[in-house]
Design a binder for this molecule. Sequence first.
Ligand SMILES: [Zn+2]
Length: 104
Amino acid sequence: MGQYTKHDARYMTDRDAAIEGLKQRKLHRPKRKNNDNLPAGSPIYFYCEICGWESDRVKEDYDPLFYRPNRTCDDCARAIARGYLLKGNVIAIKELIEKKKEAR
Ligand SMILES: [Zn+2]
C-alpha cells in the first residue's frame, strides 16, 4: 500500500488540479512572441519548456552572468516541486504510479 490512497482527498485534489492545469495550459498555449522581430528596447520573452506559457520576461540588456531567466512557468515549477512532474521529462505522477505498479 502506497503512502497516499484514494481516501486522501486533499492530496488527490491538489495533484489532479496540477495535472489538469498543465493539460489546460498545453491546450490553450498562447502565441509566442518572436524576440528577433521585436523593436529595439523590447523585453526578451522566455517560455516554459513544459507548457509553453511565458516563464520570464527580461530587459533586452540583461546580463546572463547575473540573472538566469526562468525556463518553467510558476505553475509548472510548483508541480515539479510537489513531485507531480519530473523536470525536463513531463510524466504526470499518475503515470509514475502505473509504472510502480507494473514493477511490482
Ligand atoms: Zn509551464
